[in-house]
Design a protein around this ligand. Structure first.
Ligand SMILES: Nc1ncnc2c1ncn2[C@@H]1O[C@H](COP(=O)(O)OP(=O)(O)OP(=O)(O)O)[C@@H](O)[C@H]1O
Length: 258
């Protein structure tokens, strides 16, 4: 059966394999994420989460397998403004001399002509996105002068301004205080309710059921996927993270039954 464009899943990955020289980062990874879902991506450091995001963005080329975003290649999805990426903080040059509003305006570039002259619509989209993440008052600050949580919110605002249908967020809660975390969680829920799809990597296992409809547990290959309750079992987490007694502080007991 052939799916129409509007029926295509937000993400479809089949048999994805990535090696960096001798290091296998991803092996035979297959999954599908339907539209209007929030999916959490979890795994130990080095399990391949960032590599997966970079593949989805077309920044790293997989040696094996296929992927599509809304039935298109990642390049076509990027050109079509369908996908926005919030990278890990370490992957950003915070000394770059741009203001918070400039960073958010970058989300509008794909909507502009060659000269990149912002229209009234572009400026309105930036103002609205800054309001939604609570950064209106800091719009003229140099991006590097924001706190960790504020920087994350600025990048989420860039994705909102872009009007992307799919947001890929690599550890948006790392180094973020509870207030900023709550703001981001609330925002992601709103985006989902608008029909957008979110793939978010996180080390906050206890917060996963509150945030996500689905979860994927990665360790080069997929160890488990399903609802957060299906995935966050002691047996699965022990396979991914180590012995069960190291997990009790990370996962609420009610979530770690099996
Ligand atoms: N550019 C690179 N060159 C060589 N090896 C790399 C490169 N990028 C990542 N790796 C290796 O690939 C594996 C997966 O790394 P990746 O950054 O995707 O993991 P991760 O799950 O995002 O980790 P973290 O939770 O620490 O961010 C690791 O073994 C890492 O050392």
């Amino acid at each position: 059966m052939t799916l129409t464009a509007s029926e295509q899943p937000a993400i479809a990955v089949e048999g994805l394999g990535v090696n960096y020289g001798d290091v296998t980062a991803l092996h035979s990874v297959s999954f599908t994420i339907n539209r209007a879902q929030i999916c959490g991506l979890i795994g130990v450091n080095g399990s391949g989460k960032s590599t997966l995001f970079k593949c989805l963005m077309g920044l790293v080329t997989a040696q094996q397998g296929t992927l599509s975003l809304f039935g298109r290649t990642s390049t076509a999805a990027r050109k079509g403004k369908l996908v926005a990426y919030v990278p890990q903080a370490e992957d950003v040059d915070w000394d770059f001399p741009v203001s918070v509003a400039d960073v958010v305006m970058m989300g509008r570039y794909a909507h502009m002509g060659l000269l990149r002259h912002p229209s009234r619509t572009d400026r309105a989209a930036v103002t609205e996105a800054l309001e939604r993440v609570g950064l209106s008052e800091l719009r003229h600050r140099q991006i590097g002068e924001l706190s960790g949580g504020q920087k994350k919110r600025a990048f989420v605002a860039r994705g909102i301004a872009q009007d992307a249908q799919l947001l890929l967020l690599d550890e948006p809660f790392a180094g973020v205080d509870k207030g900023s975390e709550a703001t981001i969680v609330e925002l992601l829920r709103e985006l989902k309710n608008e029909g957008r799809t979110v793939l978010v990597s996180t080390h906050d296992l206890a917060g996963l059921p509150r945030l996500c409809d689905r979860a994927i547990l990665l360790h080069q290959r997929i160890l488990a996927e399903g609802t957060p309750d299906d995935v966050l079992t002691h047996a699965n987490l022990a396979r991914a993270f180590g012995p069960a007694d190291t997990l009790d502080s990370a996962v609420a007991p009610t979530r770690a039954g099996a």
